[in-house]
Design a protein around this ligand. Structure first.
Ligand SMILES: [Zn+2]
Ligand SMILES: [Zn+2]
Length: 301
């Protein structure tokens, strides 16, 4: 299960309702921030999420709307005297910009909190046991952009009716079977896990793609995602502008979701020039299970 809190859903210019991009993903007791636009620290407070256990930031790219919140957040964490190491993951070009940003304020290699930089290359970012995060390259103007795929494995659960009919008693023997180990029950009979485990279920896949100028070559990473969070900066009537600025339209995002058997589509990074209803209507015509993210939306997948 992944719990998402949208902390900022605007494109490059914020509005009274929408802050600069940031998304908090929580899973198995871990909290991961994706992008950190200006003012993200206050959005963390306003959302009720706060700063605790926040030790990892994934950056899609280093355009200012996605990274300018980092110095303010680190300054606050420093004043709170946190000793946790903050790990920032981003493409090498993205990390270079963030390092220069921090160096400009605090001096080369310095920051108010301990920081580790982890350069992304396509593949696994972390294996947290209960879930994994993979990254993949995304094309967005002249940036070093990445998208992220969160996956929790499907698990096989014990089938109560089969346990009962085979006479497996409550207690540790069932635990052994759940772990995939055979057991011997009273009377000397061996019960194999295959006899009592159901089919795999409950696996989840969440894909988050930041700014992107095209969906080409991204299908392999998005296929069958339970949820896709992706930018939709423009509407189709402004497709030429979307091309010029390296962004998608709502219709393009929706067509991409349809083509890849996505469960739910969440659009974010919206230009303030449109009404939400207009954006949603354009997407839902093509992909009915679409929604428009708003700041402080909490969504579980
Ligand atoms: Zn952006
Ligand atoms: Zn951008």
């Amino acid at each position: 299960m992944f719990a998402l809190t949208f902390l900022g859903t605007s494109a490059s210019v914020p509005s009274a309702e929408r802050n600069h991009p940031a998304l908090l993903v929580e899973a198995a007791g871990k909290r991961i921030l994706i992008d950190c636009g200006e003012g993200t620290q206050r959005q963390l407070l306003r959302s009720g999420a706060g700063f605790r256990r926040l030790d990892r930031i994934l950056l899609t790219h280093a355009h200012l709307d996605h990274v300018l919140g980092i110095p303010g957040l680190f300054s606050t964490l420093g004043l709170r005297q946190t000793s946790d190491v903050m790990t920032i993951h981003g493409g090498p070009g993205t990390l270079d910009i963030v390092m220069r940003l921090l160096a400009g304020l605090w001096g080369p290699g310095r920051a108010p909190i301990p920081v580790e930089f982890a350069a992304l290359t396509e593949g696994q970012v972390i294996d947290a046991g209960d879930f994994t995060i993979d990254c993949f390259p995304v094309r967005h103007r002249d940036t070093d952009s990445f998208g992220f795929s969160f996956q929790s494995p499907a698990r096989r659960h014990l089938q109560p009716d089969r346990l009962a009919s085979l006479g497996v008693p409550d207690g540790p023997l069932r635990g052994e079977l759940a772990q995939g180990r055979p057991v011997v029950i009273e009377g000397g009979r061996t019960i194999d896990p295959e006899d009592v485990l159901g089919p795999p279920s409950g696996g989840r896949k969440l894909v988050v793609i930041g700014d992107t100028e095209t969906t080409e070559a991204l299908s392999q990473y998005v296929a069958d995602a339970d949820m896709l969070v992706i930018e939709a900066t423009f509407l189709d009537r402004d497709a030429p502008t979307a091309r010029d600025y390296g962004h998608l339209t709502a219709a393009e995002a929706a067509a991409f979701a349809t083509a890849n058997n996505v469960g739910q589509l969440v659009l974010t990074h919206m230009s303030g020039r449109y009404e939400d209803e207009e954006i949603l209507a354009e997407a839902a015509r093509i992909f009915p299970n679409s929604r428009i993210a708003a700041d402080f939306d909490h969504v579980v997948v």
